[in-house]
Every structure is written in structure tokens, then in C-alpha cells.
Design a protein around this ligand. Structure first.
Ligand code: SF4
Length: 340
């Protein structure tokens, strides 16, 4: 018979307790895993990728600590939740409570299929005003489908005992009781673990960004379906809505122009570039309505250094044709109302 132990100290067949954590890559994620590992628990991480947040920080945390990490792309299932989160949005388009519930649900499925004993995360009670209150943590747990199996090692002593603690798989005495917004205790713990190189807290989720959230809301309001490219493009350039079905994206910088070209689909989109004068790359996702292409061309010309009274040559490439227009620039001050 296999005996479950936290550390392999007995001279008999044993299976280590295995815990699966959600990893954002921040200090709290790292510490929560190290607190468990210090007890002899075998820890692994899971992290998720969508066009709204990446796995970069989690990958760095895995490299720093040696804790194995599995990265899963979850755009489709995430979008289903994001369009109608039962608990609503935070300040912008961030559905933090339902986002966490979904992440724990997915991690829980992995826990069940890969034989982990419980789930954990670096959440700290009271650190974030909305998503880390006792009620919020409870909501997440209930809606994840893994009630009782989610341990928050950094705040465990301030939270109800979880099933793995009751089962003796985790020593509650060696968990922590951190709460609140101060990071002092985490910094001290980081020193104890000799963790010096960690990212600053917060940041990294585009759903908490005001401008990005406006554009996403606009997309949801005007399109029934969208591609991953549509979502990635929300990060770059100026977005202008010319009609309910025509939106244009105007590169602001060389980097924007490069990204816009990178996500340009020649089979669907229309792209506009100036000739003679250096100007932005303008993308019309999905091609838009033909009637609005001249206006898009004039907006493109308006972001060049051409004199206001000088006509500018622009090239418009759509899936069906390549046309050259000579247009009078529309000045940026004339298009403020179209900005999303
Ligand atoms: S900030 Fe973004 S990734 Fe984090 S819980 Fe909220 S919605 Fe999810």
C-alpha cells in the first residue's frame, strides 16, 4: 500500500503529496509555492494565456524556482465567460472573480486527471479591494467546482481549514496568516527564500486597462464573432469607428505599424498606405464598407506631414483589388469623434 507523506523520510513506498498551483508569476505566486515546497510537498504550476494576459511572468517564475509549469491557451473558453461574467466586471472589462473561478475550474480538471491532491494560489486576503475579500475568495471557490480543495498558503491561517489540511496532507501550522495590502511580510519571506529577482506586483492584464477596455467593449458591441487577431490588434494604434461595420486601426508608431501588418489577413482585411509622404499603416479589419474607404484613406493621409492643402497619394489593398487614390488629408482634429 502506498502511504501519502509530505516528505520522503520513511523507508517504505511513499507517494509525495502533490499540489497544483495557479501561477501569475508575481512574488505571491512564487512564495505560496515555496511555502508548500518547504513542507516537502511536490508543487507544480499551471498558467493560462489569452490575448489579454501572457504567460511570460509565469515562465520566468518557473525558471527562477525550478517549479514545473504547464501553459494552456484558453482564449475560446475565456471569451465565453468574458462576454457575460455572472459576477460582472471590475473597474474596466476585468471580470476578476469569474476569471479566477474559471482558472481554478480548469486547474481543478487538471488536478483530477493528473492525480494532484489539491490546488493553491498566491492570493492574499484583503490585498485587492474587490477580488480578494473573504466573500470573493469564497465565491471563487464555490464556482470553481472544487470547493474545499483550494489552499491559499499565504493567508491560510485567516481562512477556513481546507480539505487537504483536514486530511493532514498539509501542516497548517507551517502556513501563513498574511492579510492586507502591505507587502512587508512578503518581502521578508522573499529574503528568507533568497528570492531577489521578482516582478513588481499587479499589471500585465489588459482587461484592467482603460483604453483597451473601451476598444474591447466596442468590439463586443459591433461584432458577433471575432478572431484572435481582432483581439490582439486592440493593443496597437488608434482605433476609429467610422460606421457600425467599419472600424479602422491607425498605427501610431513604427512598432504599431509592424504589429498591424503582422496581424493583417490578406484574405479578409483592407490595408492602406501612403505614397511619397511617410505615414501610418491603416488597417480596416474585415474590409469594412466600401463607402467608408475614401474616408479611411483621408484619415491615413491626415497623419502624414503633408501640407493641409496638398493632396496625398494612398494605396488601398483589399482582397479583391489594389487601388490608388489622391485624397485631401483629414486632419486629426477633424476625426476626434470617431476615436474609440
Ligand atoms: S486582473 Fe485580469 S487576469 Fe487577473 S483576475 Fe482580473 S481579469 Fe483575471
Amino acid at each position: 500500500m502506498i502511504r501519502l507523506v509530505r516528505g520522503n523520510t520513511m523507508n517504505q513506498p511513499v507517494r509525495k503529496v502533490r499540489a497544483l498551483g495557479l501561477c501569475s508569476g508575481g512574488l505571491d505566486s512564487i512564495l505560496s509555492a515555496l511555502v508548500l515546497r518547504r513542507q516537502g510537498i511536490d508543487v507544480s504550476w499551471t498558467t493560462f494565456e489569452t490575448p489579454f494576459f501572457s504567460s511570460t511572468k509565469a515562465r520566468n517564475a518557473s525558471a527562477l524556482t525550478g517549479i514545473p509549469l504547464k501553459v494552456e491557451k484558453i482564449t475560446e473558453i475565456y471569451l465565453n465567460m468574458l462576454q457575460n461574467p455572472p459576477c460582472g466586471y471590475g473597474k474596466y472589462m476585468n471580470p476578476c472573480m469569474d476569471c479566477h473561478a474559471l482558472m481554478f475550474r480548469l486547474a481543478g480538471q487538471r488536478m483530477a486527471s493528473e492525480g494532484f491532491d489539491f490546488l493553491f494560489s498566491g492570493e492574499v486576503l484583503g490585498q485587492r479591494p474587490m477580488s480578494q475579500t473573504k466573500n470573493s475568495l469564497r465565491y471563487v471557490e464555490k464556482h470553481s467546482g472544487f470547493d474545499g480543495y483550494i489552499l491559499r498558503p499565504l493567508s491560510a491561517k485567516k481562512l477556513p481549514e481546507t480539505i487537504p489540511e483536514k486530511q493532514g496532507l498539509v501542516n497548517r501550522d507551517r502556513l501563513l496568516g498574511i492579510s492586507g495590502r502591505s507587502r512587508k511580510e512578503q518581502m521578508a519571506l522573499a529574503e528568507e527564500f533568497d528570492i531577489r529577482d521578482y516582478p513588481a506586483p499587479a499589471g500585465g492584464c489588459l482587461l484592467t486597462d482603460k483604453g483597451f477596455s473601451h476598444r474591447l467593449k466596442d468590439l463586443f458591441e459591433h461584432q458577433e464573432t471575432y478572431s484572435e487577431a481582432d483581439l490582439h490588434l486592440l493593443r496597437y494604434g488608434r482605433h476609429l469607428r467610422l460606421s457600425p461595420v467599419t472600424k479602422i486601426i491607425v498605427g501610431r508608431t513604427q512598432k504599431d505599424n509592424k504589429q498591424i501588418v503582422g496581424y493583417y489577413d490578406i484574405n479578409v482585411d483592407t490595408i492602406i498606405k501612403t505614397k511619397m509622404y511617410a505615414g501610418p499603416t491603416v488597417l480596416v479589419p474585415g474590409g469594412g464598407e466600401k463607402a467608408f474607404i475614401p474616408k479611411a484613406a483621408r484619415i491615413c493621409a491626415g497623419y502624414t506631414k503633408a501640407p493641409v492643402d496638398r493632396k496625398v497619394t494612398v494605396v488601398v489593398v483589399s482582397p479583391e483589388s489594389r487601388e490608388t487614390f489622391s485624397v485631401r488629408p483629414l486632419q486629426p482634429s477633424e476625426i476626434q469623434d470617431f476615436l474609440i
